[in-house]
Ligand binder design. Structure first.
Ligand SMILES: [Zn+2]
Length: 178
């Protein structure tokens, strides 16, 4: 894959990034979740309740990605996902290559289950800690950290990283002024 994100994390990343919290582009809209659901073929014409539930799940999941980037308490972040895990229905499917977790059902419950199965697999294979949410408070975009030692903190060094560094430099010089 061109972005270098493991395949099963690509789905989570896409889901989290259905809202661009920093976007100033009115064409992108505040929240592309319905369009994403349609484009990925997951759900057609979701109800407002279903969208609200998926948005709650999306932000809870983003919390874990923020914890992966060193922001907030990881335990609390996982705990926020607990009710979603309880409601999802997963089955172990045996394939030629071995067992795979599969979500059952339809609608938003199946999507939540499927994304949690992706997260489960990523935790098991060790790729999960690299799926992060940008540390810039106004951005929080999901990205896969490809840095050598996994210490990346921003979705894009060119944009968020440099902006944050410049901000810190300004703050520092302000503090050192008499
Ligand atoms: Zn960012």
């Amino acid at each position: 894959m061109a972005t270098g994100t493991p395949e099963r994390l690509e789905q989570i990343k896409g889901f989290i990034n259905t809202v661009n919290l920093e976007s100033e582009d009115p064409l992108l809209g505040p929240d592309a979740l319905p369009a994403w659901l349609e484009a990925t073929g997951v759900m057609r014409s979701p109800t407002e309740d279903q969208l609200a539930q998926l948005r709650r799940f999306r932000e809870a999941l983003r919390g874990v990605l923020e914890a992966n980037a060193g922001q907030g308490d990881p335990q609390a972040a996982w705990r926020a996902l607990e009710p979603f895990g309880r409601e999802s229905c997963l089955k172990v499917e045996i394939r030629d290559s071995g067992p795979v977790l599969r979500a059952e059902g339809t609608g938003e419950g199946a999507l939540i289950g499927s994304l949690l199965a992706d997260a489960y697999e990523a935790v098991a294979t060790g790729t999960w800690p690299r799926l992060k949410a940008c540390r810039k408070p106004s951005c929080r975009w999901a990205y896969y950290d490809r840095s050598k030692n996994g210490s990346g903190a921003w979705c894009s060094m060119a944009v968020c990283g440099n902006r944050m560094k410049a901000k810190r430099r300004r703050q520092k010089s302000r503090v050192s002024e008499p």
